[in-house]
Design a protein around this ligand. Structure first.
Ligand code: GUN
Ligand code: ZN
Length: 451
């Protein structure tokens, strides 16, 4: 006998339709204030509808009533750096100085396995506490550290995509490798983790400033050897960086071309930042189906510049959101949504007029689609896996008050992005497994992975 599903009774938002689409109409999100979701033992949403109807169809199913909070699809963070959790908050430096003084010294410590294990635990806890259930994570330069990250993410059943970071120039010696070694270590890591439970491998040159043509060719060889691998790196983040890359690659038409030349850009490629793109580069990204990960807190903290969302949307480039810890100032994707909104406001007529629906879409379905997981997660439709976050703001906080007095669903969603943070993330599920409850983390492995 198949076990009965569990019924969740919820007030829920999601964005099954893309509010950035040219023919988009309405508020850009779907809201139901007494929704029933039947979730199978496999963690899949099998029925969605008005609670009374779903309950009538499943008379024996246990009911979990979450209407004291707000349910959203699990958040998707498409760019965060595993080794940088302890250096969040260093202010006042542009990218290259920040790398030299803050990020690269810290990243060398991950050569020590014990240190890497502590960082992996802190980093994964940071993601789960923020309500992030799916993430594309910029890894470490050290292969054993990557094993600890994949293992820690699997304790929580997280949908983690990550890979060894590779570079062969212009970084401190301990962070450098050779194209041959990079290829061998990547293929070895992928053989252990790619496709295991919810983990996937991402080929990850740090940026073409620190990766020569032979290194980028070795990345292309890994892509050919690992079926379904993703590709991620940085692009067009900072003007000094962009000028340096131009000098290093005189035969390329621009920064995007340094990757495209090696066939590294396709529908499973995600490039972080792209603050300073040429129009021709936006055309190439759109033609390849590659996505750009917008990291607004980081762009502001490092003074990299305002993200041209309107140009990306007009060119047909997919955009996802990333917290970019540790240049970014924390794990909260709600905060990234709010910062994205601020930046577009500050751009005036050049900015994209983001609504609360756009922010939810960027924080969930857009990231899932960019990561090739759009058929699996990203919204709360039938057939999707139950990845979800329940927000229950502590009584008396501004968010609690605001939600109780919101005049409409749209107003309430705006308040979520204005005010929600980790303290409001009460419960988190991945594939139907609850990995945080009342704000406390609950590793899946401690209970035995049921799937
Ligand atoms: N470009 C190369 N490495 C990094 C990094 O660690 N953070 C950011 N924001 N940009 C980078
Ligand atoms: Zn980054």
């Amino acid at each position: 006998m198949t076990p009965a599903p569990v019924l969740y009774r919820v007030r829920a938002y999601d964005t099954p339709d893309d509010p950035f689409a040219e023919d988009a109409s309405g508020p850009g999100f779907r809201y139901d204030d007494d929704l029933g979701l039947a979730v199978s033992a496999e963690g899949v949403i099998t029925t969605r509808g008005p609670f009374a109807a779903v309950a009538a169809a499943h008379p024996l199913a246990p009911v979990i009533d979450l209407r004291a909070g707000i349910l959203l699809p699990g958040l998707v963070d498409a760019h965060a750096h595993f080794p940088q959790v302890r250096i969040i908050g260093a202010l006042g430096m542009p990218l290259l100085e920040w790398l030299e003084r803050c990020a690269l010294p810290e990243e060398q410590h991950l050569a020590q396995p014990d240190y890497a294990a502590q960082i992996a635990a802190e980093f994964v806890a940071g993601l789960v506490s923020a309500g992030t259930t799916t993430s594309l994570v910029f890894g470490s330069h050290f292969a054993p550290a990557m094993d600890t990250l994949f293992a820690e993410a699997s304790r929580f059943g997280l949908r983690l995509t990550s890979g060894l970071v590779v570079s062969d120039r212009m970084l401190p010696d301990p962070l450098l490798t050779t194209p041959e070694r990079a290829h061998a270590e990547a293929v070895d890591l992928a053989s252990r983790w790619h496709g295991r439970e919810r983990a996937r491998y991402a080929v990850t040159p740090r940026f073409s400033l620190s990766a020569s043509d032979p290194m980028l060719a070795s990345c292309a060889a890994v892509m050919a050897d690992v079926d379904g691998a993703l590709f991620t790196s940085h692009v067009n983040e900072n003007l000094t960086e962009v000028a340096t890359v131009r000098g290093l690659f005189p035969d390329r038409t621009g920064y995007v071309d340094t990757y495209d030349h090696h066939g590294l850009l396709g529908p499973l490629s995600l490039l972080a930042h792209n603050v300073h793109p040429l129009d021709s580069e936006l055309g190439v990204l759109a033609a390849r189906g590659a996505a750009v990960v917008h990291c607004p807190s980081s762009n502001s903290a490092l003074g990299s510049g305002p993200f041209r969302m309107r140009r990306h949307v007009a060119a047909g480039v997919q955009v996802a959101l990333g917290c970019d810890v540790g240049a970014g100032t924390g794990f909260s994707i709600f905060k990234e949504g709010l910062q994205a909104y601020f930046v577009q406001r500050l751009l005036g007529d050049d900015g994209y007029p983001l609504t609360a629906g756009h922010l939810l879409h960027l924080s969930t379905a857009a990231g899932a689609a960019a990561l090739g997981l759009g058929d699996v997660v990203g919204d709360l439709s039938e057939g999707k896996e139950f990845d979800a976050v329940c927000l229950r703001p502590p009584a008396g906080t501004a968010l609690d008050i605001g939600l109780r007095h919101a005049g409409s669903a749209e107003e309430a969603l705006g308040k979520v992005f204005a005010l929600a943070g980790d303290a409001d993330v009460a419960d988190v599920w991945v594939g139907g497994e609850q990995i945080a409850s009342g704000g406390f983390l609950r590793p899946v492995s401690a209970r035995g992975l049921s799937r």
